[in-house]
Ligand binder design. Structure first.
Ligand SMILES: [Zn+2]
Length: 112
């Protein structure tokens, strides 16, 4: 590694350029600024919702077992939040989670 490699600016985390909800509403396809493409299920997003209702703020502990989220969880609506995040209305009408791009990418890449 040369000197110049070590002073490159920190890699900017990728953002979604297109987000498509599949016809059955059970999964999203996301295309990223770095060219990657992912498919992530509504169930997985609902399982790992980062909002204060789903994760206890003081302990970071999830308030439910992720396995109890139904297999057929749907996304009813996808709402962009500024240019840094998406929020969703899920089939159980839960809608308080704000998923920033960095977190979405992590969920897409984390093995199930
Ligand atoms: Zn939540």
């Amino acid at each position: 590694m040369s000197f110049w490699d070590s002073i490159k600016p920190a890699k900017k985390s990728p953002q979604g350029t297109s987000v498509e909800l599949e016809a059955d509403q059970r999964a999203l396809s996301i295309t990223w600024t770095d060219g990657a493409q992912h498919r992530v299920t509504a169930r997985r997003l609902r399982q790992y919702c980062p909002c204060a209702e789903c994760v206890e703020e003081w302990s970071g502990k999830r308030t439910y077992e992720v396995e109890t989220i139904p297999q057929d969880m749907k996304i009813i609506e996808v709402v962009p939040t500024g240019n840094y995040a998406l929020s969703f209305t899920f089939g159980d009408l839960h809608r308080t989670g704000i998923f920033n791009w960095e977190y979405l990418r992590e969920l897409c890449e984390r093995p199930a």
